[in-house]
Design a binder for this molecule. Sequence first.
Ligand SMILES: CC(C)(COP(=O)(O)OP(=O)(O)OC[C@H]1O[C@@H](n2cnc3c(N)ncnc32)[C@H](O)[C@@H]1OP(=O)(O)O)[C@@H](O)C(=O)NCCC(=O)NCCS
Length: 395
Amino acid sequence: MEIRTLADDELRTAQTLFMRSLHRPPVTDEQWELVGRSFEPGRTWGAFAGDVLAGTALSWASKLRVPGGQVRGLAAVTRVGVRADHRRRGVLTGLMRAQLAEVAARGEVFAGLRATEPVIYGRFGYGVATRFHTVTVARDRAVFHPGLPATGEVRLLDTDRALEVLPDLYERIVRARVGSMARPDALWRTSFGWPIGTGHDPRIAVHTGPDGDEGYAVFAARRPDAGNATLEVDDLQGSSPAAVAALWRFLLSIDLVDEVKVLSRPVDEPVEAMFVDQRAVSKVVPMNDLWLRVVDVPEALAARSWGGPLTLEVRDALLPGNTGVYRVSESGVDRVDAEPELSVDVDVLAQLYFGRWTVSALAGVNRLRVANPEAAARADAAFALPATAWTGTFF
Ligand SMILES: CC(C)(COP(=O)(O)OP(=O)(O)OC[C@H]1O[C@@H](n2cnc3c(N)ncnc32)[C@H](O)[C@@H]1OP(=O)(O)O)[C@@H](O)C(=O)NCCC(=O)NCCS
């Protein structure tokens, strides 16, 4: 099997392979006009069995906001697929290894993906780092609490205008959110581009408050033929609770709608508390958000803020240069020759990095090793975060 990056004239074959692996039809010529521009040079991999493209995976250059607020390079991995007649022969394994080596060589500190099949990626060092809630609100019970902020105005934009407004607005909004990622150009282009020829018709609402644009929602009505519709909101972002509340107010005011379902919101957001009858929130489904792979462990440890000093060992079978014992504290990170208080595999480090679990909790289920109970308490304090991380971007 030959594994190499693809040339421009091979990208459409890769796209077709990916679509078919998800049981979707290949893109039409019209869709390819947009999708074809969503590949970044040198970042799409192919695995060849003879002259047959057997598998593909790509990444986009992005940035991830780490605890403490610094940003570091993130390779946003997507469009992973293997031909059905070449599966379980190590094609994915070959692609993942080549891609991680590429990401490391680019100096990107992290790789991240969204997994359709959760059992696959742990073996390559990925772990679920952040989570989100999918929230559904029933319109007939949705009476807002009288104290809920009501500010500003909401206007609808067409797609062309939205592509001018949303990327900057998004970047402004997520500056305050640990776990958020920069959205590659390609992502904006494909998320709004897919509708061509698919019948999917997203609408875009922007909220303006006292300081200008403060939030937006991208939504579409699903099942409109079955009576009243569900409004599915693929993306809702606001720079303040008031902006988010204003968008909920707008979405729940739209006629011929039974319920509003927002795909991704932070797990610590008190949505129920917006309503007089908290049963207005008919469903909250917790889901995996970002699957994180720490590619450069020393740099990832140095970038993050720490709630106290800790000596930890990281083991990484795929990128062995990461394996070692590190002393972390507010003043920096050093490799040391010392007994670690905590030992983790690199996929478990990903699950601790944004505070998804405490060290003590993972020690209880044998996912890591702590030297003694005092070390567990020190490690809990070291990793603790003041706010819950949220990524909230699909790619
Ligand atoms: C998932 C997919 C990419 C795996 O590719 P593949 O080339 O068959 O994977 P590999 O042969 O390299 O397998 C690597 C390991 O993962 C395991 N694995 C792969 N896919 C798996 C799955 N769906 N369920 C459970 N285990 C899986 C293999 O058994 C193998 O385990 P081993 O190393 O212990 O032997 C491929 O089946 C596919 O394209 N599926 C449809 C599209 C898709 O799911 N894309 C991923 C979106 S996140």
